[in-house]
Design a protein around this ligand. Structure first.
Ligand code: 5GP
Length: 193
């Protein structure tokens, strides 16, 4: 997605050898126009797939996921990272190791929001080692629902997340694919949409 690549080049900052900071438009301050355009690209790509739910993980997946859900005209569910006393009914959980926070947390979704009939599109802001997506795939599987695809805003293709997901037979659709960070220079490879 050209608009997204341009924005990453304009506002993204490389931290260390493998982190990209995009808090100007995605992970802290959110550019809703860009998020809406991103949502429309995901929705176009999966328009014929019969998606019934969009699932993401809090917090930074919520903005692109919500616009994808709006464009597909289906509900958006975000997995919660912290236990909440109001979640009293059946809860589906998975352990997820956070790449940026370097801690493992239990993420959860109430079982009432997913059923065997659901065809789910997972959306997330970044794909690194694939642990967040793997946790969501696990939870959706516990509900007996199927995962139709994983939509990623920014994939760091030099990390193994994509192969981990594709090995389970699920297609990955990334709107920007970063091949490398070399000498502070960001190099893209061809994106999926
Ligand atoms: P994974 O689970 O694929 O290893 O990492 C994906 C999750 O870690 C995303 O949900 C995102 O929150 C965070 N993440 C991974 N890499 C980056 C990065 O380079 N920058 C930012 N801001 N978040 C990242």
């Amino acid at each position: 997605m050209e608009l997204l690549e341009k924005r990453i080049l304009q506002d993204g900052n490389i931290l260390g050898k493998d982190i990209l900071k995009v808090d100007q438009f995605l992970t802290h301050q959110v550019d809703y126009k860009l998020m809406k355009a991103i949502g429309a690209v995901f929705a176009d790509h999966y328009a014929q797939a019969g998606i019934t739910k969009v699932v993401t993980i809090e917090a930074s997946g919520i903005a692109p996921a919500l616009y994808a859900a709006e464009a597909l005209n289906v509900p958006m569910i975000f997995a919660k990272k912290h236990k909440n006393i109001t979640m009293t009914e059946g809860i589906l959980t998975a352990e997820v190791y956070s790449f940026t926070k370097q801690v493992t947390s239990t993420v959860s979704i109430s079982s009432k929001f997913l059923s065997k009939e659901d065809k789910v599109l997972i959306i997330d802001d970044f794909l690194a080692n694939g642990q967040a997506a793997k946790g969501l795939i696990d939870i959706i599987g516990q509900a007996g629902a199927s995962v139709v695809g994983v939509g990623i805003v920014i994939e760091k293709s030099f990390q193994p997340g994509r192969s981990l997901i594709e090995e389970s037979g699920i297609p990955v659709t990334s709107l920007a694919r970063i091949a490398s960070f070399e000498n502070g220079q960001l190099n893209f490879m061809e994106a999926d949409a």
